[in-house]
Design a protein around this ligand. Sequence first.
Ligand SMILES: O=C(O)CCC(=O)C(=O)O
Length: 256
Amino acid sequence: MIDYGELEEDGFCIVKGVLSQARAMEIKEKLWVAAAESERRGSPTYIPGLDPNDANVRVFNLLDLDPVFVDLIQYPIAVEAVRATLGEDFLISNFTANIARPGAKSMVPHSDLAVVFPGPWLHRWSLNVIWCLDDVHEANGATRYLPGSHRLRSQAEVPDDVQQLMRPFLARAGDVILMEGRLWHTSGENTTENEDRALLFGYYTAPFLRPQVNWNVLLSDQTKNTLSAHMTRWLGLGAAANIVNAEFIARPADPS
Ligand SMILES: O=C(O)CCC(=O)C(=O)O
């Protein structure tokens, strides 16, 4: 199912039909409910500085908003891809959504590894598992990536005309895009009249990298109490969370 050769060679691969289109649509409905609940809790869905305008609807802390997101972050194919890329031990760094609505513009190009590690970017130390809840194509704001950019080792190597060189990921609702953390990308512009583009971003890192969010603070006790031992470890919850296990020390992350 997962083309690891492609993931290594291109920095991404698309896994088709992980969810049925009907299931993707059900999850999208839950996402809109989660977006409203997020606003109600005081966590805005538009972040000036992150997106150029409020046509991008951002939903943070998905794990606390609906159990369906707890299921997705530990979905077998996601965990398989993460383990194959990062090693047996890893952390869930973040899980968020971005719904690009008509009129949405591109954010600043970046790589997700650069967001958590200043470089040099020599190793595959993070992986984004992107859940497509809509068909994704250029006009509705498909995520755009810079081909070959998972081989860039520093900011100085990023071309000045990065935006012009980027290409859209093309995928169907229910597909998963596996994108390694070194691949430079941005959100696309949604130039359609009335088509949303909803994506979920499950971001996983090697266990020595500080997660983007502090799950200990962010998750409610109600959510924490439902989590398995594996999820507790992967979220870095608990007093001994920062002790990396001996197996991982003996076998560091894939050096590719
Ligand atoms: O929405 C997208 O297509 C990309 C989002 C992204 O890269 C981010 O939020 O860091």
